[in-house]
Design a protein around this ligand. Structure first.
Ligand code: NAP
Ligand code: GCO
Length: 266
């Protein structure tokens, strides 16, 4: 068996949600590098236009559309376009997500709902939209971008942790319900990754010192650094490819070891 060939995505079509920048952009770049055709979505024309230019600058002929993952009609229209233009979705990466850092007792139900809507209902809507086509094709890969907060909580991220914990179980349930149709649904659980989403946690203090949370994360991570979106590229290609055909319902933590480490004695 040519094991390296099993990592090839030649002839495959990948939809990466929220891939205008950040982790989604890096994962889309990785899948393109393995041969996949890339489609992505985001919510703003400005981000779409900039992303298309960024993909082009990397030699990636990505197709981008405005679509909100919480809107079933917009997702259905996006998936129909991909079927018409490219023959359907072989790989779905549910990457689009937000976080709101608010102490739970100060968070409104509406704010909680907004996070769950995008981070959990959105992946459900997108997976529901692509699975029928994957069943028709006889194969499919779904990768849900979970989080360390699929396993751990911390102050101010109640909605996000609830959503990402739910996304871990949605991953297992899609595996259970559609594994028999040769659909593999796995999660990637990034550790702390340097993207716009975590920029507030890394801001320099007024005295020029590093943010206390930045110092905490670096000390708590055995790798001794924040992750980068590039750290997720190899794991994404693995879970999107034939190389992982017998891996299903799993969350692969790409976290520099932080989940395994109790932390150094103060
Ligand atoms: P980011 O930099 O904030 O990017 C989020 C992306 O999602 C943007 O492209 C955004 O584009 C898009 N998006 C947000 N809501 C959307 C919606 N309703 N419909 C469509 N697109 C939407 O975040 P990131 O750090 O790259 O994180 C990406 C994913 O990884 C998220 O699911 C996040 O929870 C997860 N994650 C991040 C980390 C980390 O440390 N950074 C760690 C673990 C997991 P528009 O705003 O233009 O729509
Ligand atoms: C936070 C961070 C985390 C990371 C990530 C960790 O405020 O704690 O934003 O939630 O984004 O999800 O895996």
């Amino acid at each position: 068996m040519d094991v390296m060939k099993s990592f090839s995505l030649e002839g495959r079509v990948a939809l990466v949600t929220g891939a205008a920048y950040g982790i989604g952009f890096a994962i889309a770049e990785a899948l393109a590098g393995a041969g996949a055709k890339i489609v992505f979505n985001c919510r703003s024309q400005e981000n779409l236009d900039k992303a298309l230019a960024d993909y082009k600058a990397k030699g990636i002929d990505a197709r981008g559309y405005i679509a909100d993952v919480t809107k079933e009609d917009e997702v259905a229209e996006l998936v129909a376009k991909i079927k018409k233009e490219l023959g359907g979705v072989d790989i779905l990466v549910n990457n689009a997500g937000i976080i709101k850092r608010i102490p739970m007792t100060e968070m409104s139900a509406e704010e909680f709902r907004q996070v769950v809507d995008i981070d959990l209902i959105g992946p459900f809507i997108c997976a529901k939209a692509v699975i029928p086509g994957m069943i028709e094709k006889g194969h499919g890969k779904i990768i849900n971008i979970c989080s360390m907060m699929s396993e751990l909580g911390r102050e101010t991220v109640s909605a996000y942790a609830a959503a990402k914990g739910g996304l871990k179980m949605l991953t297992r349930n899609i595996c259970s319900e559609y594994g028999g149709a040769n659909i593999q649904c796995n999660g990637i659980g990034p550790g702390y990754i340097a993207t716009p989403q975590t920029a507030p946690l890394r801001e320099r203090q007024s005295d020029g010192s590093r943010h206390p949370f930045d110092q905490f994360i670096v000390a708590k991570t055995p790798a001794g650094r924040w992750g980068t979106p590039e750290d997720l590229m190899g794991p994404a290609v693995f879970l999107a490819s034939d190389a992982s055909d017998f891996v299903n319902g799993h969350v692969l933590y790409v976290d520099g070891g932080i989940l395994a480490y109790i932390g150094k004695q103060p």
